[in-house]
Each structure stands twice: as structure tokens, then as C-alpha cells.
Design a protein around this ligand. Structure first.
Ligand code: PMP
Length: 416
């Protein structure tokens, strides 16, 4: 019998076998047919500490037995208050206000709306958003508008709003800085970036110096700077935030994925005092109108509080540095194989491009690789011809070896 579940990113009607996962721990997934699968991408980049970190699981169970859900407009609860205070302690000091939502895409929508609201409430309306070429910020209409246009959002293209696209930095990045400088003259509302690495756009890296210089251009022209750290946050790139490596503090910061250690959906947008103040008034028209049913769900907030405790009590960044080093060795081994191009790594993220005549998102290489890795009991999801590894920080050497051996074999088969 076919399943009534409509699966994302799946070619319906092609009878793809979809593994049914029953339980997981650490870097391992277990399927109904008894397979142990290595989760090489932290289940879409979320499970930073691995599946079911004991402290986070315990916090979830405890909170579920106490308060499961409460409207978060005009009411609050202890986990949300503790989480906001905890975030203020470890995030840049100027990001003084925490706004809750429930997914990475929504945290981006909130940041965009706050940026536009900031200008509107100062009676200097600005509407244009600047974006970096090849970016990805989510799948809602606003988040798609500030992301790369391609086959996946083509049906909605007429609805996506117009943005200023700044070319992705190559070489010394001067062309990017010049384009940003020129675009900043026209009083855009904000510039949104994925710091140091563009994820879904192909794991494309650029140096911290350029992030700092892009920030400086925005500052000079009074353009709000939005850092989307939905993927890069929580140690992924070697530091708690990728922005730290460039000494950059954004005006708005989007966090999700590893916020709860990848256990439950939750997101925050952190904002500076001037942005908060611009929405502060007895005039109801200046209020920030954004809410959703599950905003700041208490169980998800309790999971995030437990994540902060893990960060406080465990050597998370040492684990990150160790994993970065262990991946680097294996990536160096891959780099010498035929068919492997552009090996690159940033913190716990490693990627290579495999030679592919067709290339791009519509190439059938990615689905073929996906099936091949799935048959080898590996969760790896190539982006076009880019294969990346983004494992939980607890992954052991044996599982890493399996991942890199499978990528090497795939590269050799393709090059043959
Ligand atoms: N921004 C970035 C940089 C992301 O990588 C993602 C998700 N991959 C999102 C936003 C959207 O997050 P979500 O899927 O939770 O909506």
C-alpha cells in the first residue's frame, strides 16, 4: 500500500524506498528493518551533540510533565525567561532582546519584518533588502525572496519580492565589496548574510576578513546587518557563532537548529536595543505584529535551556576542534582521488565537489548518490554535485571512516 505521507524533496510516483526510522542515539539511526545508519549530516544540520543527549532528553521529559504549552502573547513561562536570560549571557552583549519563533525560516521572516518595521517606525521607510548571491534562508515566501532563485522556487517566482543581489566573493572579494558599497548608497533597509559559509547554496566558504568588511560597509551607510546563523550557530564552524571569527556583531541574529541541540523545533531572532525601541510605543500601529500558535513552546524552551547547560558544563568547543581535525585528515585523503574537486572545510563542515558533466540542482547525480549512500547505511544528502559531511560532534572514528570511504568510492566510480 502506498503511504499517504507527502514527503519533501521526493520524486513522487517513482516508488523510492524511504527508510522508516524507529530510534536513534548519538550519530546512529536505527530503521524498522534492523539497519544501523550513520547520521553524517546531523539530520539536516540540527543534532549538534548527537541524538538524545541525556541531559536534553531528561529536560524534555521533565517539562512535558509540568507545562506542555501556553499562549505566548501576554503570558510567559519559566523556560522562556531562563532561555532568554541564558542567551543574553552568551550572545553578543548588544543583542539585548530575544524574540521567539519556531523554525529557521520564521526567524528570518521575523528579522526581515523587524528591519522593515525599524525604518517604518522612524518615518524613514526603506524597503529594499540586499542579499548575497547563492544564499539560502528558508522556504517561506519571504525567506525564499532573500535566497537564491532556482528550479525549486520557480513556481512562486512571481510572488517573490525584488532584492539587491550582491555577487558572492571570489578571489580578494573586491567586486563584492564594491557592489555592496554601490547598493548601500540607495538606502536599503538591511543586508542579510550567512556568515563565512553558504550552506544550501553549495557549502561555499569565504574568509572572515570579507565578512568584517561587508559589515563595515553596512555600518558606514546605516544599513541593518542581519546574520543568519541558523546553520552556522552553536559551534558548527569552530566557534559558538561564525560571526565571532570576523569580530562581527550583527544588528539582528537568527538562530535555530542547534538551539535545542536539534531535539525540538525552536528559533530566536535576537535584536539590538534601537531595533526594539523603534517598536516600543503606546501607538499600537508601531507594535511588532508576529505570532504563531507554538511560539516559545515550553518543552522546546526547556530543551534549549538544557542545551545551554551542556555548553556551560561540557567541553563542546574542544569536541568541535577535535572533530574538525579528524575530518580534515580524511578530507585530505579524499582530495587526492580522481574526480574530487575543491575540498573545503570550516569547523565541523567538510565538502567536496564531484565531477559531474551535467552539474547543478537538476543533475541526476544527487539522487543517484543519495540512493547509493542510503544503500550503504549512510545518511548523506548531496547538494547537486557537492557532497558535504556535517556530523554530530560525538561521532567516532569508525563512523567517520565509513562516511569518507563511501564518498571516496563514489568519486572513483564516477571518475571511471
Ligand atoms: N537559514 C539557513 C542558513 C539555513 O541553513 C536554513 C535551513 N537549512 C534555514 C534558514 C531555514 O531553516 P528551517 O529549515 O528550520 O526553516
Amino acid at each position: 500500500m502506498t503511504s499517504p505521507v507527502w514527503h519533501p524533496f521526493t520524486q513522487h510516483g517513482l516508488a523510492e524506498p524511504i527508510p522508516l526510522v524507529t530510534h536513534a542515539e548519538g550519530a546512529a539511526l536505527h530503521t524498522a528493518d534492523g539497519r544501523r545508519v550513520v547520521d553524517a549530516i546531523s539530520s539536516w544540520w540540527v543534532t549538534t551533540h548527537g541524538h538524545r543527549h541525556p541531559r536534553i532528553s531528561a529536560a524534555i521529559a521533565e517539562q512535558a510533565a509540568r507545562l506542555d504549552q501556553i499562549i505566548f502573547a501576554g503570558w510567559t513561562h519559566e523556560p522562556a525567561e531562563r532561555l532568554a536570560r541564558g542567551l543574553r549571557r552568551i550572545m553578543p552583549e548588544t543583542l539585548a532582546y530575544v524574540f521567539f519563533s519556531d523554525s529557521g525560516s520564521t526567524s528570518v521572516e521575523v528579522a526581515l519584518k523587524m528591519a522593515l518595521g525599524y525604518w517604518a517606525n522612524r518615518n524613514e521607510p526603506r524597503h529594499r533588502i540586499l542579499v548575497l548571491e547563492h544564499s539560502y534562508h528558508g522556504d517561506t515566501i519571504g525567506a525564499m525572496s532573500v535566497g537564491a532563485r532556482g528550479v525549486f522556487n520557480a513556481p512562486y517566482a512571481p510572488l517573490l519580492f525584488d532584492v539587491g543581489v550582491i555577487p558572492f566573493p571570489h578571489g580578494d572579494g573586491q567586486a563584492t565589496l564594491d557592489a555592496l558599497e554601490a547598493a548601500a548608497q540607495d538606502h536599503p533597509a538591511a543586508f542579510i548574510v550567512e556568515p563565512l559559509i553558504l550552506g544550501a547554496g553549495g557549502m561555499l566558504t569565504y574568509p572572515p576578513r570579507l565578512l568584517a568588511e561587508m559589515r563595515a560597509v553596512c555600518e558606514r551607510h546605516g544599513v541593518l546587518f542581519i546574520a543568519d546563523e541558523v546553520m552556522t550557530g552553536w559551534g558548527r564552524t569552530g566557534t559558538l557563532l561564525a560571526c565571532e571569527q570576523a569580530g562581527v556583531t550583527p544588528d539582528l541574529l537568527c538562530l535555530s537548529k542547534g538551539l535545542t541541540g536539534g531535539s525540538l523545533p525552536l528559533a530566536v531572532t535576537m535584536a539590538t536595543e534601537p531595533i526594539y525601541d523603534a517598536h516600543l510605543s503606546t501607538d499600537r500601529a508601531r507594535m511588532f505584529f508576529h505570532s504563531s500558535s507554538y511560539t516559545a513552546n515550553p518543552i522546546a524552551c526547556a530543551a534549549a535551556v538544557a542545551n545551554l547547560e551542556v555548553w556551560r558544563d561540557e567541553p563542546v568547543l574542544d569536541r568541535v576542534a577535535d572533530l574538525a581535525c579528524r575530518q580534515r585528515e580524511r578530507l585530505d585523503g579524499l582530495a587526492t582521488l580522481p574526480g574530487v574537486r575543491n575540498p573545503r572545510a570550516l569547523g565541523t563542515i567538510a565538502a567536496v565537489d564531484l565531477e559531474d558533466a551535467q552539474g547543478g540542482y537538476l543533475s541526476d547525480l544527487a539522487p543517484r548518490l543519495l540512493a547509493r549512500f542510503r544503500d550503504a547505511d549512510l545518511l548523506l544528502r548531496p547538494l547537486g554535485n557537492t557532497v558535504y559531511v556535517m556530523p554530530p560532534y560525538c561521532i567516532d572514528d569508525a563512523d567517520l571512516d565509513r562516511i569518507y570511504a563511501a564518498i571516496g568510492e563514489a568519486a572513483e566510480d564516477i571518475a571511471r
